[in-house]
Write a protein that binds this ligand. Sequence first.
Ligand SMILES: Nc1ncnc2c1ncn2[C@@H]1O[C@H](COP(=O)(O)OP(=O)(O)OP(=O)(O)O)[C@@H](O)[C@H]1O
Ligand SMILES: [Mg+2]
Length: 506
Amino acid sequence: MSEVVLRALNVTKRYGGTQALKGVDFEVLKGRVTALFGENGAGKSTLMKILSGIEQPTSGSLELYGEPVEFANTVEARDRGISIIHQELSLSPNLSVRDNIFMGREIIGKGGMVDYAEERRQTQELMERLEEPIDPDTKVADLRLGQQQIVEIARALSVNARILIMDEPTSALSASEVEVLFKVIRDLTASGVSIVYISHHLEEAIEISDHAVVLRDGLIVAQAEIADVDLDWIVGNMVGRGFDLGSPPSRENFGEVALRIEQAMVADPSNPERLAVNGVSIDVREGEIVCIYGLMGAGRTELLEAVAGRVPLAGGRVLLLGRDVAGLSIAERIQVGLGLVPEDRQRDGLVQTMSVGGNLSLASLMKFLKGLVLSRPEEKDLVQQMIRNVRVKTAGPGAAIGSLSGGNQQKVVIGKMLATNPKVILLDEPSRGIDIGAKSEVFGLLSELAEKGLAVIYSTSEVGECLSIAHRVIVMSKGRISAEFDAATTTKEQIMAASGEAAVAI
Ligand SMILES: Nc1ncnc2c1ncn2[C@@H]1O[C@H](COP(=O)(O)OP(=O)(O)OP(=O)(O)O)[C@@H](O)[C@H]1O
Ligand SMILES: [Mg+2]
């Protein structure tokens, strides 16, 4: 039997009326990776926040190496060797990578001054270990999301913790970045570090962990050695039912071309000399679902953002329902019928200070303006309907956005976009951070919308998700279309090979 290094005993956590944890016994084992599975809102992050001192339990206790222990804050937990990689990035965007890593525990050199050179050297070392050549002086805001996630990982590694909690560490990473992280994890466990790993990429979690624990509705419902479990066991315990990512709706009702992208060029935001998108043309018809597959950095995000009007086109054009959208603002494009679910929902998708209901109706407020008076009852109806449609688990429309679990916040972003009644919808990684039950619901919803004549275009870095509901798969690599497949007749391997990642397939 492995040695238990950290233990939660009968831990409960109540947030107002929500019982997030209902009496949980959880063990972290020395030198092993424990995967914690559970649907959105099951209580995974809450349990991890308690283990790392961010939150205190309502009742129950913790034991570290067999001794009772209490953490009043993260600093106390960190001093005892526990470090956490947050699900929602907790970096300061306006500070450099180095500042983010050493903030609050600066290295003091001779003469009592901060030793920036040493901090810089250590940051560089961490970046080399993570095989991500980021200059320590780069401002975090200038990094793409995946790189920010790597900085978050680097910061957790920098404290040399004995217990490392990873809450969705890979949601924005490419397959090759995940491989590097897994190599780091294997080195860490070999030297006796204990890891708790949370991910909605179930296959990925199975690959890296030794032990599986499933949390459902605030209770641990199953645990086993990874060697003894499979996907069906995990999903069955997570949701208590089977799952299916769906199949494409019929092709009979394909209509006119709703979205036409012609020879689109988009400059790379982090290096304007380079083109992130270099001559891409795609037509999407009414009723059609197109999936764009590609690694991080392939240009998917930049393409979708240019269509939405968030970044300018450097060349080419975009026609929405036959109309050239050049010169239209984002809001005007939404009025013409475009809906975008952005990649970084925390930053771009939600207003953190508003309620769930406020966020849901934000983009569609125009509809409720009757002679400049907001018709509240109609807004309320729509919000209730959206909460139901995308199955947001919340205490109600008045709840603060911050009180929702990560996955449920994402469902709100999707609901918010649907509330604007778009004709063409763009989704950048629609399933990032959402559990398999929610994923099949979101895809089911997209399928229904296409059936009703909407044109849908979404990007993903999970091949399985491309082959679920899409009619057509377009593979992007280095800013260009490298292949196009009919989803009905292609295979995972063909798609991955066209993206240039076959060797690092997980
Ligand atoms: N600060 C808070 N205030 C109120 N309720 C909260 C707060 N944090 C979490 N909750 C609630 O506690 C429950 C568990 O949330 P938690 O974030 O632990 O879920 P999770 O398993 O991490 O989900 P996900 O997979 O979506 O990240 C949810 O119902 C959530 O709404
Ligand atoms: Mg969570």
